[in-house]
Design a protein around this ligand. Structure first.
Ligand code: UD1
Ligand code: CA
Length: 464
């Protein structure tokens, strides 16, 4: 294999996640908009591994489907789930013919960064260890396995919280559940792990004691930032991890020149990019593959999903914009909704209570108030009056509306699609337009007004 790194990642993701109290497998719960397992697979890729094996079990089909097919990734099923040691053993058939190092990650530890993984590999190699454990010293170690050290400071064993003595419970150095293992002794030793412990499970951390008994070198790497190894076992921990990921993103954006008025109420997913001198006001959600240019203003209460926004755009309060594109200098909202495949042109204006769907609005065009434009192609410098509606759906099929450059659509008009309004044409207010309007024409599509003089007093009953 070209450029083989000799690194094989195994990710444990077979557990039920009982403490989540959920029908959804734990690793599919989302933090900062991405499933936990996605965060872990991303950091795994930073090692450029030769292969990744994902151990699935509880909800295996669901997890496999969510993760999908990826280059170098294969799945091993653990059934039943007898513990983390038993879980890693399930990777053996897939790794039997390879040599090198297994890096073991937990599907429920999503904050680990690439630098820490690189430090793990570095320590593992330079120390010539058979196993290297990532540890951290934390103020509240409850729930984690404790690192028990010998007098000379070397690691002796890992003791699970539920099996720990009172003295061991006082140890603040914890096992992260992240390790590097030399492949050669690994699977043989895994088979020696027993299950006579508080949980009746085959504990992977027992390998440390087994290696020690065999005289194999075991090293540790202690992270300075203990936050990175926070595991998600409950909804509370999920929300804590979510908050950390969110603040990481916000800090990075602020460092790169974006003003975020209220970080506490700003929700920006990891893949979003924002250009310099853009101002993001409180209570804004930027999701998915959203890209926002420089010098934009995003006002309060806005949600933007998978949308590309060019430089100098203003999105006023309470807009929802999905799978769309907004061009340079455009102004949208307040209270506008751009549904998928909307494309708002340069310096165009989409005002309050306007809904666009699959609609292109040309440069400098304006749709200021209370309108629905669906399946429409609108040219440049078009003015769409208040209350205009494209009647794009006949109950069976969606039909297009085309409005050419410079046209003027009077207020409260219905454009019954398929229909075309030609270049520079005018549509009188209150019209129902059922036929194409030629360029330069005025179309009037409404009943004529009749005034009946004296009608009111003629109908009035005599008073008293
Ligand atoms: C584990 C470690 C503990 C460490 C902690 C760090 C063990 C026995 N304990 O505890 O020392 O401090 O992680 O977060 O390893 N899994 C399987 N199959 C199983 C059981 C678990 O795939 O049969 C997976 C889970 O889906 C999860 C990971 O292994 O992704 C860890 O399992 P979990 O039950 O959360 O272990 P902890 O109790 O957190
Ligand atoms: Ca865990």
């Amino acid at each position: 294999m070209p450029n083989a790194s000799g690194i094989h990642v195994v990710v444990l993701a077979a557990g039920k996640g009982t403490r989540m109290k959920s029908d959804l497998p734990k690793v599919l719960h989302s933090a900062a908009g991405l499933p936990l397992i996605e965060h872990v697979l991303r950091v795994a890729h930073s090692l450029s591994p030769d292969s990744i094996v994902l151990i699935v079990g509880h909800g295996a089909d669901h997890v496999k489907k969510a993760v999908g097919e990826r280059l170098g990734l294969s799945f091993a099923v653990q059934h039943p789930q007898l513990g983390t040691g038993h879980a890693l053993l399930q990777a053996e058939p897939l790794l039997r013919s390879v040599e090198g190092t297994v890096v073991l990650l937990s599907g429920d530890v999503p904050l680990l960064g690439p630098a820490s993984l690189a430090a793990l590999m570095q320590a593992h190699r330079t120390r010539g260890a058979a196993a290297t454990v990532v540890t951290a010293v934390v103020p509240s170690p409850a729930g984690y396995g404790r690192i028990v050290r010998r007098e000379d400071g070397d690691i002796a064993a890992i003791v699970e919280h539920k099996d720990a003595s009172d003295a061991e419970l006082g140890i603040q150095e914890i096992n992260s559940g992240i390790y590097a293992f030399d492949l050669a002794p690994l699977f043989g030793a895994l088979r020696e792990i027993g299950s006579s412990n508080a949980q009746g499970e085959y504990y992977l951390p027992d390998l440390v004691r087994i290696y020690r008994e065999r005289g194999l070198p075991v090293a540790t790497v202690t992270l300075n930032d203990a936050q990175e190894i926070a595991g998600v076992n409950s909804r509370k921990e999920l929300s804590e991890v979510d908050a950390i990921l969110r603040m990481r993103k916000i800090d990075a954006l602020m460092a790169s020149g974006v003003t975020i008025v209220d970080p506490a109420t700003t929700y920006i997913e990891p893949d979003v990019s924002v250009g310099i001198d853009t101002i993001i006001r409180p209570n804004v959600y930027l999701e998915g593959q959203t890209r926002i240019g420089a010098r934009c203003e995003i006002h309060s209460g806005v949600r933007i999903v998978n949308t590309s926004i060019d430089d100098g755009v203003v999105i006023n309060n309470f807009c929802v914009i999905t799978d769309s594109h907004i061009s340079r200098g455009a102004v949208v909202g307040p209270f506008a909704r751009c549904r998928p495949q909307s494309d708002v042109g340069e310096d165009a204006h989409v005002g309050n209570f306007v809904e666009l769907k699959k609609t292109t609005l040309g440069r400098g065009s304006k749709v200021g108030h209370l309108a629905y434009l669906g399946d429409s192609t609108i040219g440049e410098k078009v003015n769409i009056g208040a209350g205009t509606i494209t009647c794009n759906y006949d109950g069976t099929t969606k039909h297009p509306t085309i409005i050419e450059d410079g046209a003027f659509i009077g207020s409260d008009s219905q454009l019954i699609a398929p229909v075309r309004v030609g270049r520079g044409a005018y549509v009188a207010a209150g019209s129902s337009i059922t036929k194409d309007v030629p360029a330069d024409a005025l179309a009037i599509g409404r009943g004529r007004q009749v005034n009946k003089d004296g009608w009111v007093s003629g109908h009035k009953k005599p008073q008293g």
